[in-house]
Design a protein. Structure first.
Length: 99
């Protein structure tokens, strides 16, 4: 995944160690001095195949990335999670049947 603006906002460099885990359908990437992953030299986060598999994300799949600089987290939202969010939002906003 390549989004230099987010890794800059998080103040991550190619020496930043990362921990990557799946959490409720999301992939959470956290700065962790004991992490086994790192950014590439170009500042890209390389998601391991296992993490992509946990979230049903194919190689090259499109995702929504969000950064939480306070907690030094990068959160990956796969399409299935985005669909759940949109469906829930629409159900709430259009509950009276008006469009």
């Amino acid at each position: 995944m390549a989004d230099a603006a987010l890794t800059r906002a998080l103040e991550w460099t190619d020496t930043t160690r990362l921990h990557i885990q799946a959490y409720t359908g999301l992939i959470v990437v956290a700065a962790d001095e004991h992490g086994i992953f790192r950014l590439s030299r170009l500042g890209h986060v390389k998601l391991p195949a296992a993490a992509r598999h946990w979230c049903r994300l194919g190689a090259g799949g499109r995702v929504l990335l969000t950064a939480d600089p306070v907690n030094s987290l990068l959160i990956v939202h796969p399409p299935v999670v985005l669909q759940e969010l949109v469906t829930g939002l629409h159900a709430t906003r259009f509950q009276d049947g008006a469009a």
